[in-house]
Write a protein that binds this ligand. Structure first.
Ligand SMILES: Cc1ncc(COP(=O)(O)O)c(C=O)c1O
Length: 355
């Protein structure tokens, strides 16, 4: 394994960010960290984009702030509007932050899989949160049930607005002009693989738009959840929030990628624990999925390949799931000893890959 020792000399540090006005201006410019311990191969270079460094704690800060800003600028909403949106958690926090900043009322609809930390953060930021606990009776899907409640609330709330993160062009635009542009500029446009976790496919669409618009040869790896129906898969049991979706979205339909990797809840746990063990990076569930996908594809990569992986959020909200051995044993049937063996082993977790 190729290991280096971190140095703190002035020459190894980049310039500090300039002061900005207001918390929303502090979104983006997240760290891009070279990972030289994660893979067995030291002839492949890997960088991780740490989206947990956004002020609201996730990649969703970007599209949330952008959707509200664009709607204000277009005059679609004013400070008298009530914004109503469905979220698996992180978008709710991002919207709560943006709406609070602009003095706009927010009602956020989540389902019971949203972690408690995010729900409490949304409320602390002044949002009203409605929690759906029963799936839609016809489709059996929780996201459909959330969207039904959003429609009902919009109907009953005068001057209300649905940002529709599932189809709003400002969502991918925030990632094209933010997340992907930052990676591209930091790596001088020299990138062979990009790994992107998918939930509503806004990040994926934005990154694709940017890379295709510049005719970059980068191979895009979409990482979706087993049990997600985002790209035509069969909906199934998924326990971890913010990763995969029970239905295809406007943004996922027609999304373009070179590889599609599916990761299970247990793959997410193993990837997260390996990120901690090898790199001291404390990521959320979909970050673990991205990490195991990277590991699964690494043996197929040419020597000298350069890869970037977007890690959408941090691990705090997952302390009671991904990082709790008892939860992993109870819900995923993997004992602490078995988990340790899989985390320490350099074997590749069972993942389904395909073009
Ligand atoms: C935990 C998590 N995983 C994955 C994603 C990617 O989501 P989307 O496909 O909706 O852009 C996000 C979005 O920020 C996220 O918060």
């Amino acid at each position: 394994m190729n290991r280096t020792t971190a140095r703190s000399s002035d020459s190894s540090r980049s310039r500090p960010r300039s002061p900005v006005v207001g918390v929303l201006a502090a979104i983006g410019d997240t760290p891009l960290v070279a990972l030289d311990r994660y893979l067995d191969r030291n002839d492949i270079r890997v960088w991780a984009k740490l989206e947990a460094a956004n002020p609201g704690g996730s990649a969703k800060d970007r599209p949330a702030a952008r959707m509200i800003q664009d709607a204000l600028e277009l005059g679609v909403i004013t400070t008298d509007t009530t914004v109503i949106e469905s979220s698996s958690g992180n978008m709710g926090v991002g919207l709560a932050q943006a709406c609070r900043y602009h003095g706009i009322r927010l009602i956020c609809v989540v389902d019971h899989r949203a972690h408690e930390t995010n729900v409490r953060v949304m409320r602390a930021l002044g949002a009203e949160v409605r929690v759906v606990s029963e799936p839609d009776p016809v489709t059996g899907d929780l996201l459909t049930a959330r969207l039904d409640l959003v429609a009902e609330l919009l109907e009953g709330t005068p001057d209300s607005y649905w940002p529709d993160q599932y189809g709003n062009a400002s969502n991918p635009a925030a990632h094209a002009e933010g997340t992907m542009r930052e990676i591209d500029e930091a790596l001088d446009g020299d990138l062979d693989y990009l790994f992107v976790a998918t939930s509503k496919a806004g990040t994926l669409r934005g990154c694709c738009d940017y890379l295709r618009g510049r005719e970059r040869p980068t191979r895009i790896v979409a990482v979706d959840a087993i049990g997600s129906a985002l790209f035509g898969g069969v909906r199934g049991r998924r326990l971890l929030p913010g990763f995969g979706a029970g239905i295809a979205t406007d943004l996922s339909t027609g999304a373009w990628f070179d590889h599609l990797v599916h990761a299970s809840d247990l793959d997410c746990v193993i990837g997260c624990r390996r990120l901690v063990a090898r790199e001291a990076i404390f990521g959320g569930a979909s970050s673990g999925a991205v990490a195991v996908a990277l590991e699964a594809l690494a043996p197929t990569m040419a020597s000298g390949s350069r890869c970037a992986a977007i890690l959408p959020d941090g691990g705090t909200g997952y302390l009671g799931t991904v990082y709790d051995d008892r939860w992993v044993e109870r819900e995923l049937g993997c004992s602490a000893r078995q988990l340790d063996e899989r985390v320490e082993g350099r074997g590749i977790p069972a993942l389904s890959t395909g073009a």
